[in-house]
Ligand binder design. Structure first.
Ligand code: M6R
Length: 614
């Protein structure tokens, strides 16, 4: 949700900022802008509606000479996407320029007060209020920029990661964060600032994750300085980045989404590496091993997440209930935070988030912690906020996911939940040694089996042409594959803008069956599991009403294969592993339908990868 970048150093400032914006574009892409401070201390701001490429075109004939600069790619919250609402925003006297990721909740009160003091506003954004407030305080108190930022941040409520530059100070950038991410890269005589480490990794691996309510001051030729809002100096904790620049490139694929779908054999291998050991006979999850008492004494598990991560959470419910015999509830984090959740100290709350920055999930964690629950995080982005505010957890280790539609993170989340269920089941005595060994052996086969499933690519590409112009889709599945149906439907709507609904197959007769006709295709996920016979009846019900069917079945299927219009066969695996296998053809189907429709699959309209606002 918006990306910010900053640079101070001897490289070409504009080039570093634009490259950084491209890397962060997945976070929001309705407008972009840069503020460049010349060596003489003048600030030039250039902004353009649309993607970063528009900004580049706009800047072609501009003065790009700079000693330092800040930049922004926007996902609109306050005010429509437009040149005037794009960041950076100037203060009224044009002495300060600021970029912001987050939302200032009390902006209206602050704005009214500033208007009374004579400030004029040129945008509808909450961000402009913040920069005007900082400048107002700086002038009123006759203080320096850092003190003005500190004072202003005491007055604002909400979430922010900001970077500010000041006329006449081309050697300095001031930045701060609360509830929105901010990373600082430390190079030789240079500093990089960004919403995540992707714009930084090609220059340096040394980064500092700024903590909530800290202000960072980067000055040319001086060490990084961090102070709290109370003006106390904070420790600087330098972390080494674990990923490389090649993971951020498309590697020959036309889109990140396709690359990420095809990466799954190796990302799943990375996910289980060191965790499924001794030929599959041992599951090692440090988060469980180090918190045995919590898992032994737990009475209930509550899973909180959003979007695709919520679908993974639903699969987690089936896994944990089957393997650990514990009651599990799965809640949308956005609902959980406001529905007076009843949480006990012997509950374990599992928060799932690819980005580790989702605002609703972070808020749910805070509530769960306040109520005394043990909170376990499952995230992908190392060093992100969620792993830092949970008691323990597991990274899915699938590498940076750039495509807005989550694919490899979903299968990584499901894999981690599988390992978690087995590890906790073993600990609690609900999974026997023999069962664990059998499951572990199957898990080790999964990366290779996913590689087999990916061989369906060409068939799915051909099949997609038949369905490109369908206006609605129904996705049906049961048991472990009910959440897979939800995920398949979400994937299709996100990137192709076709309306799609996921349903538990048996629920169809309670309403959605009314929709079925020759114009309404159903994608039915029907692997050979204990509910197979029941799904056969659902398939027949669709067929009897003239509906067209694409079925995902197990190799050798000879019942549904004869009824469905099109069949995609996947290898046989135990029931608990089927969602990982069956979700792959669904990802490919959505990808190709969206491509046929000419959609931008990596940056679908209105969406952003990291949803750091409510
Ligand atoms: O980063 P998170 O996993 O917390 O993100 C949650 C959702 O915003 C995310 O899964 C979203 O639904 C994706 N666009 C799905 O493809």
């Amino acid at each position: 949700m918006c990306g910010i970048v900053g640079y101070i150093g001897d490289r070409n400032v504009y080039d570093v900022l634009i490259k950084g914006l491209h890397r962060l574009e997945y976070r929001g892409y309705d407008s972009a802008g840069v503020a460049l401070e010349t060596p003489e201390g003048n600030i030039n701001v250039y902004k353009a509606r649309g993607k970063v490429a528009n900004l580049e075109a706009f800047c072609k004939d501009k003065n790009l000479d700079a000693s330092c600069g800040i930049a922004h790619t926007r996902w609109a919250t306050h005010g429509e996407p437009s040149d005037s609402n794009a960041h950076p925003h100037f203060s009224e006297d044009k002495k300060l320029a600021l970029v912001h990721n987050g939302t200032i909740e009390n902006y209206k009160v602050l704005k009214d007060a500033l208007i009374k003091h004579g400030c004029k506003f040129h945008s509808e954004t909450d961000t402009e209020v913040l920069v005007q407030l900082i400048e107002y305080i700086r002038l009123k108190n006759d203080c320096d920029l850092i003190d003005a930022v500190r004072e202003a941040l005491h007055q604002v409520q909400g979430a922010y990661a900001i970077a500010v530059i000041e006329c006449g100070h081309p050697e300095q950038i001031v930045a701060a964060r609360k509830s929105s991410p901010l990373v600082i890269g430390i190079g030789k005589n240079e500093f990089f600032l960004a919403s995540d480490a992707t714009p930084i990794v090609e220059y340096t691996k040394d980064v500092v994750y700024v903590k909530d309510e800290q202000i960072a001051v980067v000055r040319r030729g001086e060490p990084l300085k961090l102070v709290t809002l109370e003006n106390e100096e904070a420790d600087i904790d330098v972390t080494e980045l674990e990923f490389s620049i090649s993971q951020l490139e498309k590697g020959g694929y036309p889109h990140f989404m396709l690359k990420e779908i095809f990466e799954q054999p190796s990302t799943l291998l990375d996910c289980i590496r060191g965790r499924v050991v001794e030929g599959g006979h041992k599951i090692v999850l440090n988060g469980v091993r180090d918190n045995k008492e919590k898992f032994l004494n737990a009475k209930r598990i509550v899973i909180v997440a959003c979007g695709t991560s919520w679908h993974a959470g639903l699969i987690g419910k089936y896994l944990l209930q089957e393997m650990c015999g514990l009651p599990v509830v799965v809640e949308y984090a956005s609902e959980f935070r406001y529905n007076n959740p009843v949480i006990n100290s012997d509950d374990i709350v599992i928060a799932i988030s690819q980005s580790g920055e989702t605002a609703d999930t972070l808020a749910a964690i805070e509530i769960a912690r306040d109520k005394g629950a043990f909170v376990y995080g499952i995230s992908n982005v190392v060093g992100s906020s969620i792993p830092r505010c949970t008691h323990s957890g597991t990274y899915i280790h699938v590498g940076p996911e750039i495509g807005v539609a989550s694919t490899k993170a979903f299968t990584g989340q499901v894999m981690v939940l599988t390992l978690l269920a087995l590890a906790v089941g073993e600990l609690r005595g609900t999974v026997s040694r023999e069962e664990l060994e059998k499951c572990g052996e199957w898990i080790q086969k999964i990366p290779g089996l996913v590689r087999e499933v990916l061989k369906l690519n060409d068939k799915i590409e051909r099949l997609s042409a038949i369905y490109t112009y369908a206006r609605n889709f129904l996705y049906l599945g049961r048991g472990y594959n009910y959440p897979t149906a939800l995920e398949g439907a979400l994937k299709l709507k996100e990137i192709s803008y076709i309306h799609a609904e996921g349903y538990p197959a048996a629920e169809m007769k309670h309403g959605p069956i009314a929709l079925i006709d020759a114009e309404m295709p159903s994608v039915i996920i029907a692997p050979d599991d204990h509910l197979y016979e029941k799904v056969v009846s659902n398939v027949q019900q669709v067929k009897a009403r003239g509906g067209s069917i694409i079925a995902i079945v197990t190799e050798g299927d000879d019942i549904i294969s004869k009824i469905a219009d099109y069949v995609l066969e996947v290898p046989k695996v135990p029931e608990f592993l089927t969602p990982i296998i069956t979700s792959i053809p669904l990802q490919l189907l959505s990808y190709y339908i969206a491509i046929n429709k000419g959609k931008d699959v990596d940056m679908p309209r209105n969406l952003a990868k990291s949803v750091t606002v409510e």
